[in-house]
Structures are given as C-alpha cells and as structure tokens.
Design a protein around this ligand. Structure first.
Ligand code: HEC
Ligand code: HEC
Length: 452
C-alpha cells in the first residue's frame, strides 16, 4: 500500500498539473478525459497486481469524479480585446461579477437555465426539456432515454462552452464554429441575421460538405431538436457574455456591473435582463426573416444565362474574380481572415502573441480562402436555392459579400444586380466544374478571333 500511495502521489501531478502531458484531462470533457487518461500514465501501471489495479481504478474514479462537473470558461479573448482597447485590466471582482451574472441567468453546461425575460417569448427558441436532454454528461435514464447529447456528439469539436476549441479542433481546417459570437455562415436570413430553426436543422441533418462537420441524420428528430436548442443556448449565452464584457469595459475603473447591496440592484438586474432580451429577440425574429426567393424563369435559355453569369463574374459590378481568382480556383484574394480570427489581430505581431498566450484553447490564426468553385463542393448546400442564398446574402463572418440587389423600379444605370442576374451567377457557378479550366476570359477572346 505504501508503494501504491507513492504511485498515486507521483501520478497526480502528471495528470492534473501539467496540461502538456495530459491534453484531455483539462478538456472539461470527463468522458474524453477518462478515455484518454491512459495517455498520461506510465505503461508500468498495467503491471500492477490485480488488487493494485482495483484500488487504482477506485482512486481514479474518485479523482475523475471531481471533474465531471463541466464549467463555462470566460471569453478570455474578448476580455483581453477590451482590456487592450482600454489599456487597463478588468479587476478580479469584475470578472467574478461577470461569471456570477451569467451563471444566474444561464446556469451551467450541465444544468442549463432558461432565463425569464418578461415579454420576450424565450420559449420559442429555448426549450427547457430539450436543453435538459442535450446537456450534462453522456448518460441515459432508466427507460433508456439519452442525455448529454451535446457532449456525446459535438463537444470534442465545438468545446463544452461552444467556443469552437474542443480537443479535436486544432486538427481541423476550417476550425469548428465558435458559437459565442452569435455569427453563423450558412443560413437563409440576410447579413447579420441569426439562422432560422430550419437552417440549423439543415446543418445538423446534412453536415457541412468539405469540412469536418458531420451529418447527424441518423439521430431521431427529438434529439436533433434538443441539439438545436443547445446550440442556440450556447450562442445566446456567449453573445450575452460579450455584451456584458463590453458594458464592463464602459464602467469607470473598478466599478461593478452589479452592485452587491443597496438600492438600484433590482433596476440593474432589469437592465441586465434587457441585454439578454435583445439577444434572444434576434433569434425569435430570425424565423420570420428568411430572404424570399422568386424561382428562376423556367423557360430561360440556359446557355445564354451561363454566359451572362460568366460576364458578371469577371465584370466590375459582381467582381467575383477578385477573390475567387481568374480560374475560379479560389486563388484570388487569399490573405484575409474570418471574423473569429480577426479578434486575435492576426496582422499585429505583438497583439497576436498576447492572445496566443491566453492558453492552448486559442487556435493559431489561418487565412480564409475563397472557395474553389471548380470542385463543385458547396458547404452551404449545392441546390440552386442554396447558391442563390449565398450569392444574394453573402456568408456572414467571412469576406464573401452579399449582393447589392436592385429593386424592380430602380432607375436605369443604377449599379447592382437584378434577381435574374443572381440566377445567372448561380447557373454559371453550377457549370464551373464542367467548364474547361484552360479558358479564362482573355484567352477565350483570342481563341474566338482565331476561329473566325
Ligand atoms: C468533427 C468535428 C465536428 C463535430 C463532431 C461537430 N461539428 Fe459542427 N462544425 C464543425 C466545423 C469544422 C464547422 C465549421 C465549418 C465552416 O466554418 O465552414 C462546424 C460548424 C457548425 C455550425 C455552424 C454552421 C453555420 O452556419 O455557421 C453548427 C451550428 C454546428 N457545427 C453544430 C454542430 C452540432 C450541434 C454538433 C453535434 C451534434 C456538431 N456541430 C458536431 C465540426 C464539427
Ligand atoms: C471579397 C472576397 C469575395 C468576393 C468578392 C466573392 N467571394 Fe465568394 N467566397 C469568398 C470566401 C472567402 C468564401 C468562403 C467562405 C467560407 O469559408 O465559407 C466564398 C465562398 C463562395 C461560395 C461557396 C458557398 C458554399 O456554400 O460553399 C460561392 C458559391 C461563392 N463564394 C460565389 C461567389 C460569387 C458568385 C461571387 C460574385 C458575385 C463571389 N463569390 C464574390 C470570398 C469572396
């Protein structure tokens, strides 16, 4: 036993003090931590006698048991961003207040809370029963009903907090989505709008082709619904956190967001609820905001439409060529970043170093590349209507812009695209995988002259 306790003494710091030695132990994901725990132990543990192994297993369960409660970590990047702008640090008390307010409103990853927000019909977007099913450690009740769906299916990529920095994230390109900014790419609503319920359902059932985001089509409908609720929950909580951090930065140095005693506390609580209500309302509104789409003219001459789309693609108004490149291989403008990466100020060496110093959950910046349109792999779906939405509304959080769409009564000569122009661009984009790559526009003109 003396030997055993010496072993345990030696092992404890290995697993729980050093992040480098045990990446899973501090992932906040107990199941993964447990599975990967073997990574942390010297192989000689397997040579222990049977009794030793049993005692060891009991000890392990006790230690791991301590970590089964998942906690929300603070949005350290956004706090540092504000601190850099202020040129002053948030006090520990201010950070504790942020955590306390958020815990009061939203609970913990294992016991999510749906805050009461007066007139705002939060139940339309957050369903307490669904949240219960999606949250917590992976388990099932006595009738075999699953719980902990988010941690089972999503957290290893998207992180327990929804920060997009789960243990698998650093191996993926693109990185998994950080929901906390409240920005989503593939949706039917205009720029800046939240995704609708249908949009999230499409993402979960189809996955995102060309990325690591898998399809969850095999899950029963009620589980998909639970996961949709949980993504919304993490996103709403994350966005409210950002707003509160922003408000904290506005306070006079050392002043607190929520005074702990005295008059004014209930007014303050009401104004904090208003912040949350504003975020939740945007999610409620989204379900009515999908961009209406008139179908293309079924009798159009397809070859002429493709040709028109091509002219627009290379022309000055749509100017798709700027980013997607002369050959549409996605090799035009390749030096830009998406909005999540821009938070780390990737072009400012000093700032970047400071952000990366926040911890291993900060993923190193990578440039965002425009899509190679000749592959015919479209993340937001390859149906004409999907491509129409991308070109009409742009892709939020990325450099891909929305179109300036002309109203039917716009005076002649106004610069912009009509709905038919956008359908022509869709036709052209859909034809690109089949167009000969050796025919960029300039060469084509020369080629045509020669033929004449
Ligand atoms: C193997 C890693 C992986 C797993 C597991 C995973 N995702 Fe993703 N997910 C991704 C990646 C990568 C992206 C980003 C794709 C991009 O930016 O184009 C993403 C993006 C998303 C988006 C954003 C879509 C948008 O329009 O911006 C949502 C929502 C999402 N995932 C939900 C989930 C849910 C819910 C689960 C679990 C049921 C899950 N994901 C599991 C990798 C994963
Ligand atoms: C300022 C740069 C920029 C311009 C201009 C631009 N794009 Fe993009 N486009 C991008 C980027 C970056 C992506 C990849 C976004 C992502 O990571 O999902 C993209 C993605 C796409 C996609 C892929 C959608 C999907 O579901 O995978 C299509 C289609 C597309 N662009 C078409 C166009 C068309 C047509 C035009 C002109 C009207 C255009 N783009 C103009 C930068 C640009």
């Amino acid at each position: 036993m003396v030997m055993m306790s010496k072993w345990m003494w030696r092992l404890t710091p290995l697993c729980f003090r050093s992040h480098k030695n045990c990446p899973a132990a501090d992932s906040g994901i107990p199941v993964l931590a447990m599975k990967n725990m073997s990574l942390c132990f010297p192989s000689s543990i397997r040579t222990l006698p049977l009794l030793g192994r049993v005692v060891f297993a009991l000890w392990l369960a006790a230690v791991v048991g301590c970590t089964t409660k998942a906690e929300f970590s603070q949005n350290a990047v956004y706090i540092l961003k504000q601190e850099r702008e202020l040129d002053a640090e948030f006090s520990d008390q201010q950070k504790r207040d942020l955590a306390e307010i958020l815990a009061g409103m939203f609970g913990t990853p294992d016991a999510p809370n749906v805050p009461k927000l007066g007139d705002v019909e939060i139940a339309k977007v957050l369903d307490a029963t669904h949240l219960h099913v999606a949250s917590g450690p992976v388990s099932s009740d006595e009738r075999g009903r699953a719980r902990g769906l988010y941690r089972e299916h999503c957290a290893h990529c998207h992180g327990v907090t929804g920060d997009g920095a789960g243990p698998t994230a650093s191996f993926l390109n693109p990185y998994p989505r950080d929901y906390r900014m409240g920005v989503f790419k593939f949706k039917s609503t205009p720029e800046g709008g939240k995704p609708t319920h249908e949009d999230l359902k499409d993402i979960l059932t189809n996955g995102i082709p060309g990325t690591a985001m898998p399809s969850f089509k095999v899950l029963p409908n009620n589980e998909i619904e639970a996961l949709i609720s949980y993504v919304r929950y993490l996103s709403i909580r994350g966005e409210v956190e950002r707003e509160l951090v922003y408000l904290t930065a506005d306070l006079v140095k050392g002043e607190r967001l929520l005074k702990m005693a005295g008059t004014g506390r209930s007014e303050q609580a009401a104004s904090l609820r208003e912040v949350a209500a504003g975020v939740v309302q945007k999610w409620i509104d989204a379900d009515l905001q999908a961009t209406p789409i008139a179908p293309p003219d079924a009798d159009r001459d397809l070859a002429a439409s493709i040709k028109h789309g091509r002219d627009l693609f290379y022309g000055p108004i749509a100017n798709c060529v700027k980013c997607h490149g002369d050959s549409a291989l996605g090799d035009g403008q390749k030096s830009d970043y998406d909005d999540w990466t821009k938070e780390l100020e990737p072009t400012n060496e000093e700032a970047l170093e400071q952000f990366l110093g926040l911890g291993r959950f900060i993923l190193p910046p990578r440039n965002i590349h425009p899509r190679n349109l000749r592959q015919g792999v479209f993340r937001g779906g390859r149906r004409p209507i999907d491509l129409y939405r991308r070109i009409h509304n742009g892709i939020d959080g990325t450099p891909m812009p929305g179109s300036f769409v002309l109203k039917a009564d716009a005076p002649a000569g106004t610069k912009g695209l009509t709905k038919d122009d956008i359908w022509s661009l869709v036709d052209y984009v859909r034809s690109l995988p089949y167009e000969s790559i050796s025919r960029p526009p300039v060469i084509e003109q020369a080629y045509q002259r020669e033929r004449l």
